[in-house]
Design a protein around this ligand. Structure first.
Ligand code: ZN
Length: 416
């Protein structure tokens, strides 16, 4: 919490106020319902300041008063809760076989969650932009029709995403140097909300950190199991992006010197050996499929009936994952590694081998306290993370300003 920086230099009043607005908002997110007096007592802000901050947050439609009162001696207090229903953050994930979009309001309510099959490997970047923009536009239209405002759109891509939303390399999509953010802004006719592009595993890690079963665990790694394998790393409560944003590409660690050729052009990378496409190529029944989901369902069904080829293949995938998780454990000492994507439905057959690999490969006793778990957010984790990254920014003090007249919220339906 920051009030004012006494001494040294004059505090920037606008910055201090924005920071304090965020302090109150975060406090209420964690402790609602609560009164102005409680907020003042708990944050150290004085009561007059809290009243003024709360008035502004109500004005911005981020808080609302409830009829509840605090059960205490003296004058009953009006209780405050998060509102946030007026705003929606949209996250969208581009993968090799599907697009996923979710919208979440500021109070964490999931407003929509759609998944579309998408032939990513056969789509040029231009066709992908058209498909992504069409899905984003549908989500935006629905959110607006419900009388909400769009805080932003964040798109996750399985690849190296550099500054300005440029996808430098997405091996499994076959993209190189695609200016995805600019192309989407253009395809969406320069919308009045921000559009960002980020690595999908980074977004999924943010989703786990905000909404997952291990939310708030300060050292958390998300390991995504799609056609490729990638990690999103939260270290000391912050996303570890690295110099250019390329951290976490553990899928391209070589695990078999003479192994199969990877989408990145090298040989024997983890994802070429233990990624989902590699698994399907090894035990699948048909030709190289576009959509991995039915293939994974088939593998699960065969694993349940103890088909030896499938059970062995899954155990070996688990061993390679264990090797990768041990590398992560030795380098960043996570408290938890969350397996995501298709590793979730396959978890029952690969988890125990992965855990053994983690323990065998970690130099620290007890794997440095690292637990291995399967994501409870499922296949939509990266899309949720796209929305979460926007909501994280609000919590950090980038507060939305309503552009519509208020109240009532519903009055503006159909006018946009
Ligand atoms: Zn590779």
């Amino acid at each position: 919490m920051i009030t004012s920086q006494a001494g040294q230099q004059p505090a920037d009043f606008t910055d201090v106020r924005a920071t304090n607005l965020a302090v109150v908002l975060r406090y209420i997110r964690a402790n609602a319902p609560c009164s102005r007096a409680t907020i003042a007592a708990s944050t150290g802000l004085n009561k007059a300041t809290v009243s003024s901050l709360v008035a502004e947050l109500i004005d911005r439609r981020l808080l609302r008063e409830t009829g509840l009162t605090e059960n205490r001696i003296g004058r009953p207090a009006t209780m405050l809760v998060l509102d946030g229903a007026a705003y929606a953050a949209i996250g969208l994930e581009v993968n090799t076989d599907h697009l996923t979009v979710v919208a979440i309001d500021l109070a964490g309510e999931r407003l929509l969650s759609w998944r579309r099959a998408f032939a990513g490997r056969r789509s040029s970047p231009a066709r992908a932009v058209t498909a992504v923009a069409a899905l984003a536009r549908r989500a935006v239209t629905k959110v607006l029709a419900e009388g909400r405002e769009v805080l932003g759109l964040t798109v996750g891509v399985a690849g190296l995403v550099g500054a300005g939303g440029v996808v430098r390399l997405a091996p499994n999509l076959g993209w190189r140097d695609v200016k995805l953010r600019d192309a989407l802004v253009q395809a969406l006719d320069e919308p009045d909300y921000p559009v960002e592009v980020e690595n999908e595993a980074n977004l999924a890690a943010r989703a786990e950190f905000r909404y997952g079963a291990d939310a708030g665990v300060a050292n958390l790694v998300y390991l995504n199991g799609q056609a490729g394998v990638g990690a999103g790393i939260i270290a000391d409560g912050q996303l570890l992006r690295g110099g250019l944003g390329y951290s976490g590409e553990i899928g391209h660690v070589r695990v078999q010197p003479d192994g199969p050729v990877c989408g990145c052009g090298r040989r024997g990378c983890l994802e070429a050996v233990a990624g989902i496409r590699a698994l399907v190529a090894r035990v699948g029944t048909g030709p190289d499929p576009e959509d991995l989901e039915p293939e994974v369902e088939d593998i699960v069904r065969r694993a349940r009936s103890h088909e030896p080829v499938v059970v062995t293949a899954l155990r070996e995938v688990g061993e390679y994952l264990g090797h990768a998780v041990a590398l992560l454990s030795n380098v960043v000492n996570p408290q938890v590694v969350v397996l995501g994507g298709y590793f979730v439905p396959l978890g029952p057959w690969l988890m125990s081998a992965a855990e053994s690999g983690l323990r065998a490969g970690s130099v620290a006793p007890d794997a440095g306290g690292c637990r291995l778990t399967a994501s409870a957010l499922g296949q939509v984790a990266a899309a949720i993370g796209g929305a979460a990254s926007i909501l994280d920014a609000v919590d950090a003090g980038t507060l939305p300003v309503p552009t519509r007249t208020r109240p009532p919220v519903r009055a503006s339906i159909g006018t946009s």
